[in-house]
Design a protein around this ligand. Sequence first.
Ligand code: ATP
Ligand code: MG
Length: 478
Amino acid sequence: MKFSLKLLLWTIIVMAVALGFSGYFFVNYVFETSLAREVEQALDENSILSFAFETAALNVPAKYNILQDNTIEEIASNLETGGHGTSRLLRISDENRKILYASDGFEADGALLEQTDKSTKTYRVIKMSEGYYVQTGATVDTLDRILYLETMRDISDVFRERELGFSVYRRVTIAMLIAGTLIMHFISSWLTKPIRLLTKATKRMAAGDYSYRARQVSDDELGLLTKDFNDMANTLEENIGKLEEGIQDRENFVAAFAHELKTPLTAIIGYADMLRSHKLDEEKSFMSANYIYTEGKRLEAMALRLLDIIVTKREETEFQNVSAESIFRYLEDMFVGGGQRFRYRYDSGMVWAEINLIKTVLINLIDNACKASEAGGMIEVEGHRLETGYRFVVKDYGVGIPREEQRNVVKAFYMVDKSRARSKNGAGLGLALCKEILQLHGSVLEIESEPGKGTCIGFTLPNQGKEEADEENRKYRE
Ligand code: ATP
Ligand code: MG
């Protein structure tokens, strides 16, 4: 059952019970009060009649010292009419509770009389032929006789009013329940709107629409739940995006890898087949063998690069403080001669790094700069000491990288100009390796380039590696 329907049903049940009980108690309270008032009036009337009876008995001529039964009847008859043509219901009984006089319609039994004595006035409410009455009983002390006077007061109206009260209350209750149901229907659907919106969002997300968000329509607990849900959805979407990107990267990697393998292998197989099935002259067989050798070498270099990347990802690296001078001296020795001119400018200082890995990064960057430059092109390698770390920059004035390609060049096997890169023995793995190494050092490659003008690739190694910070923290704790 829907939550809003449950809310509606329970509210109606509670309302019905509350209205029912309150109505019952209210009508009954009014009834009890009216009944008590009627009983009081009936007892008062009985007292007045008793007094009137005694007075009338005293006025009987003296010769009748004894009150005769017929005199009693006469007095009772007078009291019954009240002298005004009105009619009362009364009954007079003698000492032995034998009825001496009874009004027409006084049909009550003698049960009340049994409880009545000289000191006790009694009453009861009885139902007699369609109507309700208060029957009262009291003793009348006249001359030498003790008589019993009973009266009846019609209180049917009080009972009728109670019935009327109940029926009015029933109708009011039903009307209020109908109105309450309509109002509660709107209130419950308004209150549960955030739940409906959340359910809709959950379904949309389950169907794969991760960008869908639930609309927040309130600031209460349900509103907060919606906000938390949306926050969760944001994180989820972000993570799924990353996962999808990772999967896409991996697929691209495999595709590129297969392609990079296929090209040299096809050539190697072709030349090898030619060598074994034809008798070639010396020059041609040398060319074929040489092609097989260089392509084989290229495959070997690619395999080694890939291994480097995997090893860099997996292996623990040992960081240490090394002097920038030693790194630059190494590079100066390494890139002597060749077709390019080199300019080295650097600040002295210490660099926090794994020395061999950083050398690999710089060699790759300089190698790329050489490949991108014309013969005799200038390549600048710089080192700047910063407050936060040490920054390396490799600058060339070569072909440059188009803006839209700058994000891609760090991907494995990615080459902007494939034929140009292959002609220079490139496999598109150098920058991917640099990216992995720098990630270990808490740094990234920053590429600035303009096609035709040149490229400037830099990275900053932070002053203190994570390992040393951890070590220091450990010492501090000890
Ligand atoms: P490898 O480094 O594996 O021998 P590669 O040099 O082609 O091959 P990366 O170093 O990863 O591979 O570079 C990827 C691509 O980025 C290059 O093929 C080249 O197109 C482009 N690139 C890199 N550095 C430069 C640069 N300084 N100037 C112009 N293009 C560059
Ligand atoms: Mg390279």
